[in-house]
Ligand binder design. Structure first.
Ligand code: UDP
Length: 239
């Protein structure tokens, strides 16, 4: 079997990935499928941190559009990510994968506070660290959190798991039949072309810190493992 291409990875899961077809809320059978794939990667000896979004429960921008103060609505979004993180932790521990949740906003009764050195120690010991609460700041996203934490823990790559999209396209393939899929891009291409990969803050941070991304379809079974074994699927974005 191939040797893994990466030693330490950050996996970004959107909130919607945990919701299944309903696109809202938390769907334990869907999470079960995801954690089984994560376990396969963990069993290869790869160190993994997971950043989970919250869009299946709440998005700050939506609250703001409905008249809420943006920062207040964003804090609600950060709390949504914590619920998702706890659901993931529960499912991973059910299949005997050791995990720790670290939150950027302190919630000591349910998770550790984010401490970079401790997170690295957990990773070295083979525990999956789930980073919850985003960056802890309003006006940011969990994509930016992925770029930030990847830089902080010296991850080799960010695995951007997408729902039902197998990479980055020149246009929305559902709307434009001439849309072409890119195999490789630079972060600058993503920013300059306004491609839907991550928000521009997350792209800039990844570019400035030279962190590669692989964008791939989470809904195809086995894809997380394919990516870490270096199979050429999805789109790779480099510095
Ligand atoms: N959020 C935030 N700061 C962060 C990360 C997240 O304010 O550092 C809030 C923001 O309101 C966002 C929500 O949390 O809409 C959910 O995160 P995100 O939209 O990134 O989740 P995803 O789209 O990945 O499910």
């Amino acid at each position: 079997m191939n040797e893994p291409k990466y030693k330490r990875v950050v996996l970004k899961l959107s909130g919607e990935a945990l919701a299944g077809d309903e696109k809202f809320g938390i769907n334990p059978p869907v999470i079960q499928e995801i954690v089984e794939e994560i376990k396969e990667v963990h069993d290869l000896g790869i160190e993994m941190a997971i950043i989970v979004g919250g869009g299946n429960i709440w998005r700050g921008q939506i609250g703001a559009q409905m008249g809420m103060e943006r920062a207040q609505a964003d804090y609600m979004g950060m709390l949504a990510t914590v619920m998702n993180a706890l659901a993931l932790q529960d499912a991973l521990e059910n299949i005997d994968v050791p995990t720790r949740v670290q939150t950027s906003i302190e919630m000591r009764q349910i998770a550790e506070p984010y401490i970079r050195r401790k997170a690295e120690r957990h990773l070295e010991k083979g525990r999956i660290v789930i980073f919850a609460g985003g960056t802890g700041n309003p006006y940011f996203s969990t994509d930016t959190t992925a770029a930030l934490r990847a830089a902080e823990v010296n991850a080799d790559v960010i695995l951007m798991a997408k729902n039902n999209v197998d990479g980055v396209y020149s246009a929305d393939p559902k709307l434009d039949e001439n849309a072409v899929k890119y195999e490789e891009l630079t972060h600058l291409d993503v920013i300059a072309k306004g491609l839907q990969v991550m928000d521009s803050t997350a792209s800039s941070l990844s570019m400035d810190n030279d962190i590669p991304l692989v964008v791939f379809n989470l809904n195809e079974t086995g894809n997380i493992k394919r990516v870490v074994l270096g199979e050429n699927i999805g789109t790779t974005v480099r510095g």
